[in-house]
Design a binder for this molecule. Structure first.
Ligand SMILES: [Fe+2]
Length: 242
């Protein structure tokens, strides 16, 4: 997990223009502020890593390692010209967008038979739970919004808000595509992962309804490039039968 430095880490002020008898004091004050900023960022990154571990322990993370999911999100985000200073929030959201599943009972989350409408409604609350958790992390307000909207569909049929098209945050549209691909190719206790080609076919089939077509087309070459590694990590094969 890279967890790149967030903008505030790069925003340390300088003492340019301050001179005279106070310049020494000002320098040590700036150094102290920088030190506190670094401590704050290290603490926040530790929290993010701890919650990521919690997802692993609860077996909520999907088959492909969450670090890879975050890497894909960053690659797509860069191709979509999301500014570098905004990528930290994208990375954290890619890692922790499903953290709210902790609030869904295991009996529902891991049910292998069909869900009742009531159970489906409970599972569909998880983006709101993720938002409620992430918004409490200092400085992760953006990431919490990306997590809140990661199950929206571009045709407005998603949840929780039924947002459409570009009203859905770009980072949420990115997470939606890569998370769906990851879920499709990963093995579950009740089914084998889909072959890469079938997962891509389904992404394309839902392009323009569930998924943002531009994000799908940006992601496909990345998925193609890494297919072999992905399938090795997911414990399935790129040519596995349906
Ligand atoms: Fe989710």
């Amino acid at each position: 997990m890279s967890l790149m430095a967030s903008p505030s880490a790069q925003a340390t002020t300088t003492v340019a223009g301050i001179g005279g008898p106070f310049s020494g004091q000002a320098s040590s004050l700036v150094l102290r502020i920088k030190e506190l900023e670094e401590q704050h960022l290290a603490f926040r990154n530790s929290l993010v890593c701890a919650f990521n571990q919690l997802l692993d322990l609860k077996d909520i993370s999907t088959g492909v390692h969450s670090t890879r999911l975050a890497e894909w999100a960053l690659r797509v985000a860069r191709k979509q010209n999301i500014p570098e200073e905004c990528l930290y929030q994208v990375e954290v959201a890619a890692l922790l967008h499903d953290v709210g599943k902790i609030g869904v009972p295991d009996a529902i989350l891991k049910k292998t038979s069909a869900l009742t409408p009531e159970e489906r409604a409970i599972i569909n609350r998880h983006p709101e739970y993720s938002w409620a958790i992430l918004r409490l992390f200092p400085g992760l307000e953006e990431a919490s919004l990306y997590a809140l909207h990661h199950h929206e569909s571009v045709d407005g049929s998603g949840y929780p808000a039924g947002l459409r098209g570009s009203d859905i945050p770009l980072a949420s549209r990115i997470i939606s595509v890569i998370d769906a691909y990851d879920a499709m190719v990963s093995n579950r206790c009740y089914r084998k992962g889909l072959p890469h080609a079938e997962a891509i076919r389904r992404l394309l089939a839902s392009s323009g309804t569930q998924f943002d077509p531009e994000i799908v087309h940006t992601f496909i070459p990345i998925a193609e490039q890494e297919a072999a590694e992905v399938f090795a990590a997911a414990g399935t094969s790129a040519t596995a039968a349906l």
